[in-house]
Design a protein around this ligand. Structure first.
Ligand SMILES: [Zn+2]
Ligand SMILES: [Zn+2]
Length: 149
């Protein structure tokens, strides 16, 4: 057993095995592309990359693969960008927040339970039942700030 692999999909495959779901070669390829992008990537850009790799791929195929990856927590959707990023901690169910840089377009995933708890409490105070939760903050990342200075 090797400790760490460089392909994100290797860890994902193990995770899927444990959960009894199937990380098909296509799902695997989509996941690797999302993670390799290193920033939020749109479905059509993914489709282009996939076509370069595999010759042909139809939009529904990519969307279905993304749905699966999202369901398994391997990928998150960045709503404000209509794009996708690899999850920083797919082994654990969590509420996440995104810090999205206007400069380089990267999205940093942050997980702060206090934010989740504050939202849960605020919603409960209003008798509101939370469906989907999106917390996205735009601004300038540390690298871009340093570059501008
Ligand atoms: Zn995550
Ligand atoms: Zn940046």
């Amino acid at each position: 057993m090797t400790a760490n692999s460089h392909r994100p999909s290797d860890a994902a495959a193990r995770l899927c095995d444990e959960r009894g779901v199937r990380l098909t070669p296509l799902r695997c390829a989509v996941l690797d592309l999302v993670v390799a992008a290193g920033r939020p990537i749109g479905a059509y850009e993914l489709l282009d990359l996939l076509r370069q790799q595999q010759g042909k791929a139809a939009p529904p195929t990519v969307y279905r693969a993304l749905d699966f990856l999202i369901e398994q927590g391997l990928v998150h959707r960045v709503e404000s960008l209509n794009a996708y990023v690899g999850c920083a901690d797919p082994a654990h169910t969590h509420a996440w927040q995104f810090l999205i840089c206007d400069g380089c377009g990267r999205a940093v995933e942050m997980e702060d339970r206090r934010i989740k708890n504050a939202i849960a409490k605020g919603a409960a105070d209003h008798g509101f039942v939370i469906g989907r939760q999106t917390v996205e903050i735009t601004g300038t990342c540390a690298d871009c700030s340093a570059g501008a200075a």
